[in-house]
Design a protein around this ligand. Structure first.
Ligand SMILES: NC(=O)C1=CN([C@@H]2O[C@H](COP(=O)(O)OP(=O)(O)OC[C@H]3O[C@@H](n4cnc5c(N)ncnc54)[C@H](OP(=O)(O)O)[C@@H]3O)[C@@H](O)[C@H]2O)C=CC1
Length: 371
């Protein structure tokens, strides 16, 4: 049976406006038919439901561009090993998914659409299963990490240093999922804030988000000597192989992956000019400035520019970091790395594109952490 992306997309478009209801129905159906699977998921399913739809949306809209899609599915399959997902579970999930799309896309549903979904799901599940199986021969499903340092830099931001039990391979700019002992089965993503050094040390920048289970647990209730679990490193905002100068734009704790990339470039022996525009609401939120200034004094090609958006008496550069970026300099000929609140990242990308920077030179990370 051949893939029919058009039918899959058309029926999915009918479901997107009622995504919340469809996701709730999907999980209700999955657990009613397979009660033993409930224990694999966290007690509160709200974040999980969002995550399902985000992944599904990405898969459906790239179903006709197989290269990128199969890389994403392969990564998803490997990452799902930490939940204990095995090949048999894909049948249960496929049945619940099909029942969900059949019900919520009833107005466009017919036998051809059903066949298109079965073909697409089978192909996707096979990629995930195969990549998980291949990975199980070479890599653990998750890592244990001990907290070796915990610095509360502001009332709600901590810089946490972990040492993993085994080598956790990653590239600068990538992120990991974290589970704390306090909240079993609840995983949240955080970027690794240091370049790999071969000593199994990983640093995270965490802001305790109101109501955020994992972030609050990490900032307020985690102590040196505690252990957390980490999933494999993922993410595509990694250093480009290029000779261009570099613009980095970081908002809040979005600094984490940017710092790893800057550390990597400095350690690589290259000498590009690097501008790091680091935005925060108030001066006291520039939680890592002292460290960045130290990096700047040992690497004269780095220029760190703190930008404060919400403190009229701040004695330095004031404004939104993206506006400052635009009026600061012409960035033609640079590579740009951008991370922070989603709206900030979108705004920075829009401004850089408008100034003529090619999309291929812009490296961004989608918002994650706990928000
Ligand atoms: N911890 C981690 O490992 C990682 C975190 N992230 C993400 O980074 C974000 C960091 O959040 P947080 O530390 O709370 O940051 P803040 O909400 O404190 O924002 C930081 C700065 O970004 C500015 N900003 C916000 N929106 C815009 C916009 N639309 N245009 C221009 N500037 C803007 C803010 O200005 P203003 O005063 O105008 O709001 C502020 O100066 C989160 O979304 C998190 O998910 C991403 C990757 C890794």
């Amino acid at each position: 049976m051949s893939l029919n992306p058009h039918l899959v997309k058309e029926s999915f478009a009918v479901i997107e406006p009622v995504a919340d209801k469809a996701a709730a129905y999907f999980y209700g159906r999955l657990f009613a038919e397979n009660p033993h699977l409930r224990g694999m998921f966290p007690p509160a399913m709200d974040v999980q439901r969002d995550r399902l739809f985000r992944a599904l949306t990405r898969i459906v809209w790239s179903v006709d561009s197989p290269g990128g899609l199969s890389a994403f599915l392969g990564q998803l399959g490997r990452d799902h090993r930490k939940y204990g997902v095995v090949a048999e579970h894909y049948t249960a999930i496929g049945n619940a998914l099909l029942a969900t799309v059949r019900r919520f896309a009833a107005e466009v549903w017919d036998t051809e659409t059903e066949a298109a979904w079965v073909t697409a799901y089978t192909a996707a599940a096979n990629i995930m299963i195969e990549s998980a199986e291949a990975d199980s021969g070479v890599s653990p499903a998750w890592w244990l990490a001990e907290v070796v340092d915990h610095e509360r830099r502001t009332p709600d931001i901590a810089v946490i240093t972990l040492r993993t039990d085994r080598d956790l391979p990653y590239l600068p700019g990538q992120y990991v999922t974290v589970q704390t002992a306090r909240w079993p089965r609840v995983w949240r993503t955080f970027s690794i804030a240091n370049a790999p050094r071969g000593d199994r040390v990983i640093r995270l920048h965490v802001r305790a988000v109101p109501g955020g289970w994992v972030s609050t647990s990490l900032v307020e209730h985690t102590r040196i000597g505690d252990t957390v679990m980490l999933g494999p490193a993922v993410g595509t905002m990694t250093p480009a192989d290029s000779a261009r100068d570099i613009l980095c734009v970081a908002g809040g704790t979005g600094l984490a992956p940017i710092k790893a990339i800057v550390e990597h470039v400095i350690g690589s022996g290259r000498r590009p000019g690097i501008h790091l525009l680091y935005g925060a609401r108030r001066a006291r939120d520039l939680y890592d400035l002292a460290d960045l200034i130290r990096m700047q004094s040992s690497f004269p090609w780095l220029r760190v520019v703190p930008v404060v958006s919400d403190q009229p008496d701040y004695d330095g550069v004031r404004g939104r970091v993206t506006e400052v970026m635009e009026r600061f300099h012409s960035w033609a000929g640079h590579d740009a790395y951008i991370c922070g609140p989603a709206a900030m990242v979108d705004d920075a990308v829009r401004r850089l594109r408008r100034s003529g920077m090619p999309a291929a030179h812009i490296h961004r990370d989608v918002a994650h952490g706990e928000s």
